[in-house]
Design a protein around this ligand. Structure first.
Ligand SMILES: C[S@@+](CC[C@H](N)C(=O)[O-])C[C@H]1O[C@@H](n2cnc3c(N)ncnc32)[C@H](O)[C@@H]1O
Length: 260
């Protein structure tokens, strides 16, 4: 079982030596974007989502809420984040309380399949399906929460060939909850769940460069409250992910779809 960290607010305040509410945006960027690429990866998703201020957007597997707050801040829209890990939803709410996006962003501790709404204008999911064995149901659940024509964007990790990356990984401590598939299999599953492909981009090269710059970014942030410091075995998990990307064992894809 992964995602076992608890009382993350206390951990951040202890590591940073400051109250959650006084963290700067640059400091939050170091700890609340639980995917390769940080806030820049969210920026890459935004054009394909075609968002407008009046829209309501669904973030599936919202983690600590960094992407949801960024989307709300950049677009002026509303965002609902759903995630199945209670401690992560607690932190997402606490971090949001401390920002100007507080009245635009909400979080629910829920499986997307339990949501009653079916009128979201758009949805996205970042670094989540690696944990999902039944991807067909996962994407069909997302499709049925979107209005017809609504955009759906992903930023996801695939295995490049037959080899599996060595655990521990950011999404799996021991490999038992890692369910990687090839890019072709992922794309076919999403299309089969009721989506039409608009854009499919291999971002592995860009992610490799992003990993190369991790030490410099951490040094520049001037805080010890970074994502790897917050996660159990976080440094090893981050390093193993970077090595798997560098060795082409895993690849990272960004894609945009439209709900058919
Ligand atoms: C690697 S983190 C990514 C978090 C966030 N998307 C981000 O990029 O910052 C994976 C997240 O997916 C969540 N998750 C895993 N399986 C899920 C599922 N079936 N439904 C919703 N969330 C899920 C975990 O609780 C965790 O917060």
């Amino acid at each position: 079982m992964t995602y076992t960290e608890t009382d993350l607010t206390a951990a951040i305040e202890s590591l940073s030596g400051t109250a959650l509410a006084t963290l700067t945006q640059e400091q939050r960027d170091q700890l609340d974007q639980f995917h390769a690429g940080g806030p820049d990866a969210v920026e890459r998703l935004l054009p394909g989502l075609s968002l407008a201020p009046a829209m309501t957007v669904l973030d599936v597997g919202s983690g600590f809420g960094g992407p949801a707050r960024q989307v709300a801040r950049r677009v002026g829209c509303r965002v609902l984040g759903v995630d199945i890990t209670p401690a992560y939803v607690d932190l997402a709410r606490a971090l949001t309380e401390a920002t100007e996006a507080a009245d635009q962003v909400r979080f629910a501790c829920a499986d997307v399949g339990t949501l009653e709404r079916s009128d979201f204008d758009a949805a996205y999911t970042m670094h989540v399906q690696m944990n999902v064995a039944d991807k067909k149901t996962f994407y069909a659940d997302i499709a049925s929460r979107l209005r017809p024509g609504g955009r759906f964007a992903i930023f996801e990790v695939c295995r490049t060939g037959d080899a599996e990356p060595a655990p521990p990984l950011p999404w799996s401590l021991d490999g038992t909850d890692s369910h990687l598939v090839t890019p072709d299999a992922l794309r076919a599953t999403i299309e089969g769940a009721g989506f039409e492909l608009l854009e499919w981009v291999d971002e592995t090269g860009w992610v490799r460069e992003w990993f190369d710059d991790v030490p410099a970014r951490m040094a520049a942030a001037g805080t010890r409250a970074t994502l790897p410091a917050l996660l159990d075995d976080g440094m090893t998990r981050t390093l193993n992910f970077a090595v798997a990307v560098a060795n082409d064992v895993v690849s990272v894809y960004r894609a945009t779809f439209s709900r058919a």
